[in-house]
Write a protein that binds this ligand. Structure first.
Ligand SMILES: [Zn+2]
Length: 447
């Protein structure tokens, strides 16, 4: 009943951490990257027209809290645990229930509203459409958070479920955006317009590559939440030029909530700092930002990624790990996912892409960057050998290079990084989710 350890909300938990293994190499491998301070999932609704309405919610069922009740008493009365009761009702504090509140009793037949799962749906996706936590949905339906759903599968919702805010203004008929974003995760923004529009989207100062995917009246952009942003409310601004030349702008608040990231304290031996040549680090990053800051190239890949390295090679340091150097504050983070693997293991493309960089770098060693289109780039650092050249198109599964420990790294490992509009986000999210929403034909076929 409790949150499944494989929750897509916590992708870093999906991969066993090897205690001790590679700790030093990681720290070296990603040391400088951690200093690049940057400067998701909930997926939003990508098919508004397909979204089923919430079935009529009735008031019967469940249990209405009476004066003097405690959660423990209520749980005992129905033969369930406090934890089950709290999970089914999304209660964060078991001491906070109020008289008159209607509680859902797990296992009891109630007339809760329910919706049918869409093709490709997951509990986090449904949760984001109806502003319910995936954990609560899982508890309510007796499912694991990460469980695959079949199209049409009935999913019960709590009475508190509300469809996400859908807003219109001028020629913009509908704005579908996530209720909230998790630090380091990527959400989806879908804007439906009454006529083809040149729309501009800016998310917390970051320009979005907002453009149609398949339908000229339906525009899509990723909403990457930087790993160290917030928590708090940040602004998404949409604007277009009206026929009379006026600029029409609307802003929407998007809540960024804290990600559950582990902390790692790194003690640099004296003298190690000498490797961190600030000017070289800065110059390298500046060059890479010019590459992964582009967002006007064609989409190369829409499906979920495949792992860039065999599954026998475990994660040693997940994306987002908070880092403190020599006892300082936890104000840096790990911008990619590290996998421990011996020298010479093949690293492969997780999806189709264009090689936009394949060369030795000071910090990142022998590096490959793939452009998957529309502002989405993946990076592979510290390779012992490069097997591709810049300008080359690669297919999913194609070898890119071999694991090594070049650049600022003291042990063999692969650092895998995902950049969306230049923001480093959790690459593991897209092992489960399509990189871009599937074309409508595919939706039709699976229905
Ligand atoms: Zn790394």
């Amino acid at each position: 009943m409790n949150q499944h350890p494989n929750s897509p909300l916590n992708p870093h938990r999906r991969h066993a951490l090897v205690p001790g293994a590679g700790r030093r190499l990681l720290l070296a491998g990603c040391l400088a990257l951690g200093l690049t301070l940057l400067g998701g999932l909930l997926a939003g609704n990508l098919a508004g027209d397909l979204a089923p309405g919430v079935a009529h919610a009735q008031d019967e069922g469940g249990y209405v809290v009476q004066p003097g009740d405690t959660l423990a008493q209520i749980a005992a009365q129905f033969g369930i645990t406090v934890e089950e009761l709290a999970a089914a009702n999304g209660l964060e504090d078991v001491n906070l229930i109020r008289v008159g509140q209607r509680l859902i009793i797990p296992g009891q037949e109630t007339s809760l509203p329910q919706v049918a799962a869409l093709p490709g749906d997951t509990l986090p996706r449904i949760g984001s459409r109806y502003q319910v936590s995936p954990t609560q949905l899982a508890a309510l339906n007796g499912l694991a958070v990460a469980q695959r759903l079949f199209p049409g599968q009935p999913i019960r919702l709590p009475e508190t479920a509300r469809p996400i805010q859908r807003l219109s203004f001028g020629a913009v008929l509908d704005v579908a955006l996530p209720d909230h974003l998790v630090q380091g995760h990527t959400g989806e923004l879908v804007v439906t317009t009454s006529r083809p529009l040149s729309l501009t989207g800016v998310w917390n100062g970051l320009p979005l590559a907002l453009a149609p995917l398949d339908d000229p009246l339906r525009q899509f952009a990723h909403l990457p939440a930087p790993a160290l942003l917030g928590p708090g409310r940040f602004e998404l601004a949409l604007s277009y030029t009206a026929r009379d030349g006026r600029t029409v702008t609307r802003t929407f608040p998007v809540e960024v909530v804290e990600g559950e990231y582990i902390r790692q304290e790194i003690n640099l031996p004296p003298g190690k700092g000498g490797l961190l040549d600030a000017e070289k680090i800065r110059a390298e990053l500046e060059r890479l930002q010019a590459i992964w800051g582009q967002s006007d190239t064609p989409i190369q890949w829409r499906e979920p990624f495949t792992r860039p390295i065999g599954s026998q090679y475990p994660t040693t340091s997940p994306y987002g790990t908070r880092r403190s150097y020599n006892g300082g504050p936890y104000n840096t983070y790990h911008a990619g996912q590290d996998f421990a693997a011996p020298k010479g293991v093949t690293v492969t493309a997780p999806g189709d892409g264009i090689v936009v960089l394949a060369e030795p770098l000071f910090v990142r060693g022998n590096a490959v960057i793939l452009d998957h289109g529309r502002g989405v780039f993946t990076g592979y650092w510290h390779l012992s050998k490069l097997l591709v050249e810049a300008g080359q198109a690669v297919k999913v599964g194609q070898p890119l290079g071999l694991v090594g420990t070049t650049g600022l790294s003291t042990g063999d490992h692969l650092h895998w990084e995902l950049r969306i509009y230049g923001v480093s986000v959790d690459p593991m999210q897209f092992l489960d989710e399509p990189l871009f929403p599937p074309p409508p034909e595919e939706l039709a076929v699976t229905q």
